[in-house]
Design a protein around this ligand. Structure first.
Ligand code: 5RP
Length: 231
């Protein structure tokens, strides 16, 4: 299903379109899961129009929490919720099976936790994020700092080059107080097996492959409108 021609829209406008389109997956009375990033920011802004109809949101980052609260949307602790009907989040890459790479915004650990609470993951993205095979985008991996060297060497054995993510001249520190490696040069043809394997390496907090927590729906902003993909 597509909405009318949007060929002249910018990437930012496409993000606004998919952010607004995601409102139809929000059920009145429910607590919803909210991701992180520029596309989700559009969703949060749209969600403000429904704030009196929902029971609240579980957030995946400090940044999203601040935005939700600023708009008057109640934010709940994930430990006070046993399940969520839906989790809405962006992606750095998504393939035709709903498998994703995430973590460009460094929020991958909390994103995976909140996604795991939800019955359904609705990914919102512009069409630049749709890929045949995951791995073009440098794979984010949240790590315990003392394991950086060994994990870098393990990725090198898989053909990947890991770089410590920096911010303002120092290693970026996540909301969880850890560091991020960005790994280039990987071709992730079996995302389920890859996620399972890398998640077990000592010192890996979270790998940015979302295969076990894949999307069930993707709302993709395209030149032809918002395309709904179901997996
Ligand atoms: C943050 C993420 C984001 O979902 C991902 O980086 C996409 O962000 P954007 O919507 O800004 O392109 O995983 O950790």
């Amino acid at each position: 299903m597509s909405t009318p021609q949007t060929a002249s829209l910018t990437q930012d406008e496409l993000k606004t379109l998919v952010g607004q389109a995601a409102l139809r997956y929000v059920q009145a009375g429910e607590v919803i899961g909210v991701g992180t990033g520029s596309t989700v920011n559009k969703f949060i802004d749209a969600l403000a129009s429904m704030k009196d109809q929902i029971a609240g949101a579980v957030s995946s980052s400090v940044a999203s929490t601040e935005r939700l609260k600023a708009l008057g949307i109640p934010v709940l602790d994930s430990n006070d919720v046993s399940r969520l009907g839906v989790y809405i989040d962006g992606a750095d890459e998504i393939d035709h099976r709903g498998y994703m790479v995430k973590g460009g915004g460094a929020a991958l650990t909390r994103e995976k936790i909140v996604a795991a609470l939800a019955d359904r993951f609705v990914c919102i993205a512009d069409e630049s994020k749709l890929v045949q095979t995951l791995g073009q985008f440098p794979l984010p991996v949240e790590i315990i700092p003392m394991a950086a060297r060994r994990i870098t060497e393990q990725f090198a054995k898989l053909g990947g080059t890991a770089t410590l993510r920096m911010k303002d001249g120092a290693p970026l520190v996540t909301d969880n107080g850890q560091h991020i490696l960005d790994v280039q040069g990987l071709q992730i043809s079996d995302p389920l097996a890859f996620e399972t394997a890398v998640s077990q390496w000592p010192g890996v907090v979270t790998v940015g492959v979302f295969a076990h927590q894949r999307a069930q729906v993707c709302l993709l902003g395209t030149a032809q409108g918002v395309k709904t993909m179901e997996f």
